[in-house]
Design a protein around this ligand. Sequence first.
Ligand code: FAD
Length: 598
Amino acid sequence: MGLPCVTLMRIGMLATLVALAAGWTSQPAARPAVAARPRAAASLVRASASAGDMAVSRTVDCIVVGGGISGASLAHNLHRSGVDVLLTESRDYVGGNVISRQADGFTWEEGPNSFATQPSIVRISHELGIQDQLVFADESLPPWVNHNGKLHPLPKGKGGKGAAGQLELVFGSNGVLKFGLLGDLLSWPGKIRAGIGALVGHPPPPEGKEETIREWVSRTLGEEVFLRCIDPFVSGVYAGDPATLGMKASLGKIARIEAYAYAIEWNKFGAIFYGGLARQVELAKERKADPPDPSWVEFEYGNPGSYRNGLSTLPHAIAAELGQPHGSAPNPDSRVRLEWRLTNLQAAPGGGFSATYATPAGEQTVRARSVVSTAPAHALKGVLDEVLPGAKALTDTLRAEIGREGIYYPPVAAVTVAYPKSAFRDVELDNGFGPLRDLPGFGSLNPRSEGVRTLGTLWSSSLFPGRCPPDYNVLLNYIGGSRDTTIGRMSEAEILVEVDRGCRQVLLKPDAPQPKLLGCKVWPSAIPQYELGHAPIIAALEEAEARVDGLWVCGNYRTGVAFPDCVTYGYEHAKLVVDYLQKQQPAGAEPEQLVRAA
Ligand SMILES: Cc1cc2nc3c(=O)[nH]c(=O)nc-3n(C[C@H](O)[C@H](O)[C@H](O)COP(=O)(O)OP(=O)(O)OC[C@H]3O[C@@H](n4cnc5c(N)ncnc54)[C@H](O)[C@@H]3O)c2cc1C
């Protein structure tokens, strides 16, 4: 096969990898779904909870611990199913690390920037009556990689994921053909190595050893693809270290492509391009078999999306649905308890659970038939010891190989700055994207080799409408992560200096004015890392959990870190809880306690 063709095919594979990695799409392929279990019958005594301002004087069907997007989505689904649910959150708002801000004509995010659109997001928006607030980015806007002092666009199609979109992705003005023939992000030896790995074959996976992301990509497509394309995405998406992140645990969908490749009989050496094609065909069939509801707004799978006023629109709508609108005074009749931190969970005499909380009104205890935790792993230390000692695996498991104890959450700062458009370099970007000052893209990513401390800069005002006055550009910078943990100990002023320096290295004129700082939010424990040894920790948790009916210990460390994963989790897990409660319903139960079918 001629080189241009090899290059083309290689880039196709690369584009698939990059698109999957970039899109914050759900990841662990073989991610253990939280399994339904046979339940022992329990007799529940309808005891009163302890007294107090906001105490709940009945046994609730289900307590959801943690009001981030996972817990809020779950509570929404349980509530819609008729479950008497109580959403308990230690902070004073619903949303967890989803925080959107607005001031002086600017809109920005302090946590996640956007979601890769999935049906669960459109569905929940429809159910909450906020689908008219959904906004989607222009799908053709590429991510750019900063390399050798230049921005390089990664291939991106236009016109959707259908046949026309695929043709555009290959032959279009920013398609894979052009990237392969004229792009200079990869050297020719790097392109040839990747082409061989994609189309001819590569060394087989090592036996009896869990591979890291770095090892997997280097083995299949070569070191250069890893360093220039995948490493910046892993830094940008996980704020992680690809040399400690497990490939199967972190990017399971991509890892699975190799299994698809080897499953093709003639593909003896596992060339992964063909595995990618097989996966695309399967995906198309899956989507056809389960099409979106016609009453939902139209969307493209994986397209970056948000809401007009930011991502917080979703958790705020759920809080309002549950009777506690954002910013309103605590409502004792609502199904939400803010500033309630779970400190202890016990099995209650007679069945169910007794949950103790530290609250502004002192200690409160609530009885529940079932409990689902969506709090981060590190927040559970000591909390579940009495009822589920096996949950200690989440915090106490020693992983000598990578020097960790339990599941690691590195610090990350999300820093949003605005510069006047006139401050941006007078550069015409490749492939007809026009002047840099218009920021035609998703954002710019910095491979660790480029000497820029910022992991990635998202071009927020280019993605969604109305994010700033027309003469400004808004940039959301993520800095820190597993390989730069000192960020967690730096002052806001020090972090801003680093972020501004990074913007000047990549985007700005030397005489650009100081930025307008919109937000600097340091997350001391940002994103759980699916590092080597993750699967055994989750297996130990599952084993322990299977012995305690009506209790689930979940969260983004288990069912995926991407925002859409958390929303999808809310739908999937609600079915298990409803099923459990229906089976537990004692004969002669009062009507208000009955759960409607999910
Ligand atoms: C900086 C950053 C950027 C990101 N960017 C993106 C992005 O662009 N796209 C994307 O798809 N994803 C992104 N993510 C990932 C995604 O946002 C998260 O995985 C998701 O929001 C996690 O939601 P959650 O509900 O599982 O967890 P959390 O948001 O952590 O919610 C857990 C909640 O539990 C509460 N809690 C803790 N302990 C207790 C207790 N004892 N009792 C009661 N409550 C308790 C916490 O206060 C918290 O509100 C990003 C994450 C971060 C941090």
